[in-house]
Ligand binder design. Sequence first.
Ligand SMILES: NC(=O)c1ccc[n+]([C@@H]2O[C@H](COP(=O)([O-])OP(=O)(O)OC[C@H]3O[C@@H](n4cnc5c(N)ncnc54)[C@H](OP(=O)(O)O)[C@@H]3O)[C@@H](O)[C@H]2O)c1
Length: 276
Amino acid sequence: MAANDAQLTRTLSNGTEIPLVGLGVWQVQDGPECERAVEWALEEGYRLIDTAQAYGNESSVGRAIRNSGVPREEIFLTTKFYPGGRDPHAEAEKSLERLGTDYLDLYLIHWPQGGPTWAWPGMEQASEAGLTKGIGISNFSAGEIQELLKVSQIQPAVNQIQFSPFEYRAGLVEACEEAGIVAQAYSPLGTGRHLGDPVVDRIASAAGRTPAQVLIRWAMQKGLSVIPKSTHRERIQENFGVFDFELDDDSIAALDALDTTRQTSEALSRDGKWWS
Ligand SMILES: NC(=O)c1ccc[n+]([C@@H]2O[C@H](COP(=O)([O-])OP(=O)(O)OC[C@H]3O[C@@H](n4cnc5c(N)ncnc54)[C@H](OP(=O)(O)O)[C@@H]3O)[C@@H](O)[C@H]2O)c1
């Protein structure tokens, strides 16, 4: 992977380019907190913003994008269909209104509530109507991907999954790659839990980097797009400082060994799914 290139991307099956690092805004309050985080990220050079209908902050994300002065077409904007709803196409229109933009770059089914296939025709309609450039999934296991592929006309471009050295779903990432789906890592810092781990800390010290940078870089070197969240300017900046170094093979192996999922092809660690 080339160093010093903050605009590294992966090409999706629909031909669009997804940046390797973006800002996630789960649990960021709608209003100034969210607007500031997104504006700081865009100032720093981030070009991928990840929100969701369920996060309740699409309006702030949209305002921040408009206020940033960064042209809309330079930004990769993702939102997610809340699967407690019934109609992905109609809900995409409402998202666009809240976001104040006329297209999404990526629209994901947030989780496979009610099964992996029922919402897909509505996602395809949203795509065909030009509401979004790409459609995809989140929290889908390898088995659920296979079920979806049997019925899909348009194939999912992305599967956004929980992924970190501790949740190293190697089987799932492999299944995504085989299906031409780019995997994207959510909760790359374990929602903050993994930042104090001694192995991560040791590798960070040896590399002259921070634990957050090591965790983000590990996921990038696994080929995933990564979406760390922060509402602090200095952390937003820190989390983007991952393009000018590389983890060596020993460091990667030590991080791989932290896996608690046994390289699973499942999307979730717990037996129960939080939506069922
Ligand atoms: N598809 C899904 O079902 C799903 C599920 C979960 C998450 N996601 C997406 O993935 C994004 C990231 O996941 P996440 O929100 O769970 O958490 P995360 O990115 O793994 O970690 C965020 C936490 O770490 C802290 N943090 C961030 N950078 C730091 C740094 N450099 N140093 C110290 N602390 C730092 C943040 O605190 P501060 O904010 O206070 O700085 C926050 O508490 C979400 O925002 C969302 O967009 C998707």
